[in-house]
Design a protein around this ligand. Structure first.
Ligand SMILES: NC(=O)c1ccc[n+]([C@@H]2O[C@H](COP(=O)([O-])OP(=O)(O)OC[C@H]3O[C@@H](n4cnc5c(N)ncnc54)[C@H](OP(=O)(O)O)[C@@H]3O)[C@@H](O)[C@H]2O)c1
Length: 261
């Protein structure tokens, strides 16, 4: 593919972890990549870091919980790079606890950040981003193995990710005749800042050390270790490629065997 044929990808939450690895990979696979996250300094630093690697990357602030922010972000991406070919809905947060003690604010924020955002971003990219008028497109939602099985002390998170998987399957079937594929990538445990926060939360809930939680989680994974952000990004890169044209409405795990379904 020539420079001219570069495709445009937008990635939410691409200043850290899985989103950052996906931005780097897609940019190295001949995409112009537009990234967003809430912290403006982190967005600027990430853009600079990736540009210094010779990659075609730009970005701006984005809060996926705000319809206005989502609109402005997608418009900025189109103004900068042109209409959008690939959307990676990656931004997300952890969150849970003893369900009887969860307040409305936490519940709504987890659902808004992880699930409502996926609908909001997708609709905006189909319309403002111009994807619905193309005969090829890729929508890739970063869900979780927690979107297929229940996670103890993670009811809002698990509910939000099951919602993402359901949305993916319905939209994938709806858009199948158009050449736009819609898939979910379901990571298990991936070593990122979020994973560290999750271990802190469980250590506190079970009154033990973070290292004990790490051992406990690792022992549940057949491979015996966390996946890396780059391993998750690898599937994103494949799903964005032409070879993946016949894969749609799927929820595919990258989890060292943790999820067997
Ligand atoms: N790590 C794991 O073990 C694991 C497992 C399964 C699934 N996942 C999923 O993978 C995705 C990425 O997780 P990660 O582990 O890479 O997390 P991370 O390292 O915490 O990175 C999260 C990214 O999302 C951004 N973000 C958070 N809230 C946002 C909002 N409201 N609007 C826009 N951007 C927002 C963050 O930047 P700002 O804070 O500056 O906004 C950051 O760039 C999430 O959807 C997560 O649920 C992770």
């Amino acid at each position: 593919m020539s420079q001219q044929d570069q495709r445009v990808a937008v990635i939410t939450g691409a200043t850290s972890g899985i989103g950052l690895a996906a931005a780097r990979l897609l940019a190295s696979q001949n995409h112009k990549v537009f990234i967003g996250a809430r912290n403006a300094d982190n967005v600027a630093a990430t853009v600079k870091e990736l540009q210094n690697e010779g990659l075609d990357v730009d970005g701006t602030t984005l809060d996926v919980r705000s319809a206005d922010s989502v609109h402005a972000f997608v418009q900025a991406a189109v103004d900068r790079f042109g209409t959008i070919d690939v959307l990676v809905n990656n931004a997300g947060r952890s969150g849970g606890g003893v369900t009887a003690d969860i307040d409305d604010e936490l519940w709504h924020d987890v659902i808004d950040t992880n699930l409502n955002s996926v609908f909001r971003m997708t609709r905006e990219v189909l319309n403002t981003g111009g994807m619905r008028h193309k005969n090829r497109g890729r929508i890739i939602n970063i869900a979780s193995t927690a979107g297929k099985q229940g996670v103890v002390l993670g009811a809002p998170y698990s509910a939000s990710k099951h919602g993402v998987v359901g949305f993916t399957k319905a939209l994938g079937n709806e858009l199948a005749p158009t050449g736009i594929t819609v898939n979910a990538v379901c990571p298990g445990y991936v070593e990122t800042p979020m994973a560290q926060r999750v271990r802190q939360g469980y250590a506190s809930a079970y009154d033990t050390s973070e290292d004990a939680i790490l051992q406990k989680f690792q022992s549940k994974i057949p491979l015996g270790r966390y996946s890396t952000p780059e391993e998750v990004a690898g599937l994103v890169g494949y799903l964005a490629s032409d070879t993946a044209a016949s894969i749609t409405s799927q929820a595919l795990n990258v989890c060292g065997g943790l999820g067997n379904f």
